[in-house]
Design a protein around this ligand. Structure first.
Ligand code: NAG
Ligand code: NAG
Length: 547
């Protein structure tokens, strides 16, 4: 009994060792201070898919972040130099989002790399199909302590992706082949670039850090062949294995092979148990069902089934995934769109309309809109993990401005009823309104960009906002031309006294902004008494708003 067990075990071992000659895990680890400035790591597994008859590379790519910094990026590429290389770049904000930016790039010369589609003239040949299974940050739980920074990293950004048919890329100077022991690769990093919260696929990336932020490496693909597809673990306390930064990698040592054998045995056990998780992390859990084992071949926005949730890794949250946070962001955006693209413009329009209730409609609609903005802003505030990007700062500024707007509008009205003329509050209310509305529209567009909406949605929104602004300008201009002397232009600005005079004489119908119909009686009484002098003065004063 004992004998047969060990014999079958032996048989099993010899079976898979005939299948593969050897497996040596490939890992590259470079913390800042380890002859270079990098804070990044990766592991590679070389898998030949019999069905597709092509070689796939299972890449786990890491970048270490200190003090939750959102700056910089890490990059890895196939090829001996940047030009024509097949490049992967990761970037993101560990504190404000789970979703880390991941992009595939190349470059045709000495400028920043761009997505492949933008270099069709440079290379339009076959390309590998990259399947991104996850890209996100997690708190760093490892043991590495940086002597340089005198602390441990705070976060680790991890991308797991499969490069299906990596041999297809033909733009590097040396071919990429599944049997090479010295695949030329490059790495680089940048610690400074502030992405301003935009971690989209096509995001511009600044140059890598000068000096030590760039390097070459050669990776042994041949010995990284595994009969099972999986993402190899990275031990960031260890240095490189199967990789060399200055020469060809040395042949695998007996210890490396023994290590590799254990890893493959573990994978074999997982597959034998009916599961197939291309991820060693989940090997201690119940194996995934065969269905889940098939990596999702859809776009990177789909939820990868193979990336099952273990204790360490939460389920992937991709930008388009439907969850409470996402729902809240939609609510935030929806209410803001309702306010800035519908209600506020309507409020301005209503004020200009000849209706006797123009003023009442104006303040009712605008108050409603402000309530909607307040709710949306609160949702945004609660949903945000940190306040660090322009969209957020502008949003806060707009909310403050709107609070001032409300107070000013109300005070202006009360005082107007008493003194029958405009005060400084009226003017500030008017001009603040003209600033806040377009800025609010801009922030809606920046919000759409942040959520990575398509160009169609974004250009439609820009078009709607632009048309609305043009219409409002037209309506305001027309309201003014209907006023006596309104069309005249002159070089000199009216004085404050003149301005007061002007407002005193103007009725609500042809008034420039927000004077109420309940104000009409008094002002028109004054207007009736106007002399030729006053009419002349009016002409000059009417320029007040012609800016
Ligand atoms: C490399 O690819 C060829 C087909 O292009 C295949 O026959 C061979 O088995 C592959 N070798 C490895 C080590 O995956
Ligand atoms: C191999 O390729 C086939 C066809 O695309 C695919 O269905 C299968 O999932 C692949 N196997 C692995 C392990 O990726």
């Amino acid at each position: 009994m004992h004998l047969s067990l060990s014999t079958s075990a032996l048989l099993f071992v010899s079976l898979y060792s005939t299948l593969i000659s050897a497996y040596r895990p490939v890992q590259f680890v470079k913390h800042t201070g380890q002859s270079g400035r990098a804070d990044q790591a990766f592991s590679l597994v070389n898998y030949y898919n019999e069905t597709t008859q092509q070689s796939d590379l299972y890449v786990r790519m890491w970048m270490f972040r200190y003090k939750s910094s959102a700056n910089g990026w890490a990059s890895l590429a196939f090829g001996p130099r940047m030009i024509g290389s097949f490049m992967f770049i990761i970037y993101g904000d560990p504190s404000s989002t789970d979703d880390m930016g991941f992009t595939i790039r190349t470059v045709d010369g000495h400028h920043p790399p761009r997505p492949l589609d933008e270099f069709k003239e440079f290379y339009d040949g076959p390309r590998p199909d990259v399947e991104l299974l996850s890209s996100r940050f997690q708190p760093y739980t490892g043991e590495y302590y940086s002597e340089q920074y005198k602390m441990k990293p705070s976060h680790i950004g991890e991308a797991k992706f499969i490069v299906h048919g990596y041999e297809k890329w033909k733009k590097t100077e040396l071919e990429i082949t599944n049997s090479t022991t010295k695949q030329a690769m490059i790495w680089s990093s940048n610690f400074k670039q502030d992405f301003q919260g935009d971690f989209s696929f096509a995001r511009h990336v600044d140059m890598h850090a000068f000096g030590l932020g760039f390097g070459f490496l050669w990776a042994d693909f041949k010995n990284a062949v595994s009969p099972y597809p999986f993402f190899e673990d990275i031990n960031d306390l260890n240095d490189h294995t199967g990789v060399n930064e200055i020469a060809d990698p040395s042949p695998p040592t007996a210890e490396e092979l023994k290590n590799g054998e254990a890893i493959i045995a573990k994978q074999a056990a997982i597959f034998a148990a009916g599961g197939a998780a291309p991820d060693t992390d989940s090997s201690n859990d119940t194996p995934a069902t065969p269905d889940e084992a098939v990596p999702d071949t859809g776009s990177s926005n789909d939820t990868p089934a193979a990336d099952d949730g273990t204790e360490v890794e939460e389920p992937v949250k991709s930008p388009k995934q439907w969850n409470i946070r996402s729902l809240m962001w939609h609510l935030h955006g929806g209410l803001m769109v309702l306010s800035f693209l519908v209600l506020y413009p309507l409020g301005v329009y209503l004020l200009r309309s000849p209706r006797p209730t123009a003023f009442n409609l104006h303040w009712t609609v605008n108050s409603l809109s402000s309530v909607s903005v307040s709710i949306a802003a609160m949702i945004g505030f609660v949903n945000s993990r940190s306040i660090s990007i322009t969209h957020q700062y502008l949003g806060i500024l707009l909310v403050c401005a709107l609070a001032v707007q409300t107070v000013l509008g109300w005070r202006h009205h009360i005082i107007y009823l008493q003194v029958q003329r405009r005060t400084w509050m009226s003017n500030v209310h008017l001009w603040l309104g003209r600033v806040v509305l377009p800025l609010g529209m801009l922030n809606i567009i920046s919000g759409l960009l942040l959520r990575q909406y398509g160009w169609l949605t974004i250009s439609l929104t820009i078009a709607v906002a632009a048309i609305e602004m043009l219409m409002l300008v037209f309506i305001i201009a027309r309201a003014r031309t209907h006023r006596p002397g309104g069309t005249q232009k002159g070089p000199s600005a009216p004085t404050a006294d003149e301005a007061e005079e002007y407002f005193q004489l103007t009725g609500a119908d042809d008034d420039d902004d927000d004077l109420s119909d309940d104000d009409v009686g008094g002002s028109q009484g004054g207007a009736a008494k106007k002399t030729q002098d006053r009419a002349d003065q009016q002409k000059r004063l009417a320029r007040l708003d012609k800016v």
